[in-house]
Design a protein. Structure first.
Lengths: 206, 245
């Protein structure tokens, strides 16, 4: 069974990849690629449902065992079930569902964004307590320069700081960003190749 | 006409296959990466003191550009599951994408099977904690705070929301090892962790944890390709200069 799984995975991967590289020579590959990708998108939709049931199962289990924080788990399951069935019965366009979205989901995510700002500030303050080295000092100094160089200050722009900040962003930071992204792209390429050759099998292989 | 992308792909594939065969015979010498050495130590400690490892795989899906980091996270999860499955508190994996959640369950099960402990596997140890980045972070924070976790390993696609996860772990004195393919996530992790993993170091974990010859070969292929990119950039710059003279 495992051999069949690996075979299907490798053949599917090669077919999708060939669609990108060799569609000029073999137009049928584009069609094969489209069919496979459409299938993958449908499976992703089904996986979302499975994921939701996994979430319910994990949290009901916590409530049943009375684990630490199970009150939040109960709240999550109740809210999820109510929203799920209301969404099916009323449809997502209904006013009540819009209230749930605009009055609960979006403000909650916005609140998390607010907390994130404080968390980042706190992390920056604690950085030098955690690790005192040249890179940390450069990191903090750059952050402060970019912040003050791009912020709207009550007394107007600081001339030299603004220019310096733009120079740091457009020359040094941009160079660094490209270097990091090239490294990430090369890592993604070799990881993808390992999966394609069956060396890594995240789909149930050994 | 054969495109440049196809040539790069074919050369990389050939190099990976050839070097994998070579690496099976010769031992590898790797440079010291503090975060990965620390991770190796902490894996052993968590089994000894009966605490849990939480592997956060991020919110990257497999059908987009972020698939590479998701696959790197799964490769590491597979190895960690095999090594720590016999612990009193087996590892928990969380994902912010449904396909990644399903694959994390499969990967965990494969790890348990390889360790000869398939009976101990529980499907609820591979979880989808939310379907948006902030939703995922909120759900994953809950695991670090309530499930006797000693180490939070964050490998995958994380944006700035990883600060919430790192902050929650820090409040519970949970050690953090983190790597992201996103620049914002890397910056946040640099400020929040003792030893940050930057750029392609995200993809090195398997090789450092002894996941096999193919992982070691990946490192060598990455190095060769990096030198080729450097030579191409320098060559391009020289040609541009010569053009203007």
């Amino acid at each position: 069974m495992r051999v069949i799984t690996v075979f299907i995975a490798i053949i599917s991967g090669l077919a999708v990849l060939s669609g990108y590289f060799l569609s000029g020579l073999f137009p049928v590959l584009t069609e094969v690629q489209t069919h496979l990708l459409n299938g993958a998108i449908i499976l992703t939709g089904i996986a979302a449902l499975v994921g939701i049931f996994n979430l319910i199962s994990v949290h009901t289990d916590k409530v049943r065992r009375g684990e630490k924080g199970s009150v939040y788990s109960a709240l999550l399951v109740i809210s999820l079930v109510i929203t799920f069935f209301l969404g099916i019965i009323l449809r997502p366009e209904h006013d009540a569902m819009q209230v749930v979205m605009n009055g609960i989901v979006i403000p909650t995510e916005a609140a998390l964004m607010g907390i994130l700002t404080i968390s980042l500030l706190y992390a920056a303050i604690r950085l030098l307590r955690r690790r005192v080295d040249m890179m940390s000092i450069i990191f903090l100094l750059t952050a402060v320069i970019i912040l003050f160089g791009s912020a709207t200050l009550p007394f107007g722009e600081i001339p030299l700081l603004g220019t310096f900040s733009r120079w740091v962003t457009q020359v040094w930071a941009l160079g660094g960003v490209r270097g990091i992204l090239i490294g990430v792209a090369l890592g993604s390429l070799t990881t993808g190749l390992r999966v394609l050759f069956g060396a890594d099998r995240p789909y149930g292989g050994n | 006409m054969i495109s440049i992308e196809l040539i790069i792909f074919a050369v990389s594939a050939f190099l990976l296959l050839a070097i994998t065969l070579w690496k099976r015979k010769s031992p590898a010498r790797l440079r010291e990466i503090p975060a990965l050495s620390q991770l190796y130590r902490m894996m052993g400690l968590s089994v000894e003191d009966g605490t849990r490892l939480h592997i956060s795989l991020g919110s990257g899906g497999l059908l987009d550009m972020r698939g590479g980091s998701a696959l790197a996270g799964l490769a590491m999860l597979r190895h960690i599951a095999e090594r720590t499955s016999v612990s009193d508190n087996p590892p928990v994996a969380s994902a912010g994408d449904p396909t990644l959640g399903l694959l994390s369950q499969d990967t965990l099960q494969a790890g348990y099977k390889a360790a000869g402990a398939e009976d101990l596997y529980a499907p609820t140890t591979g979880r989808v904690t939310g379907l948006s980045p902030f939703g995922y972070a909120a759900g994953a924070m809950h695991i670090s705070q309530n499930e006797n976790v000693s180490v939070n390993i964050m490998i995958g696609h994380f944006g700035p929301e990883v600060a919430l996860l790192a902050g929650a772990s820090e409040r519970e004195s949970v050690a953090i090892v983190g790597a992201s393919d996103s620049l914002a996530g890397q910056a946040v992790l640099f400020a929040n962790t003792q030893d940050a993993l930057i750029g392609e170091e995200l993809f090195l974990a398997g090789a450092y944890l002894g996941a096999g010859a193919s992982h070691l070969a990946s490192l060598t292929v990455q190095d060769i390709l990096r030198w080729l990119v450097i030579l191409a950039l320098l060559g391009g710059a020289v040609m541009k200069i010569l053009e203007t003279i």
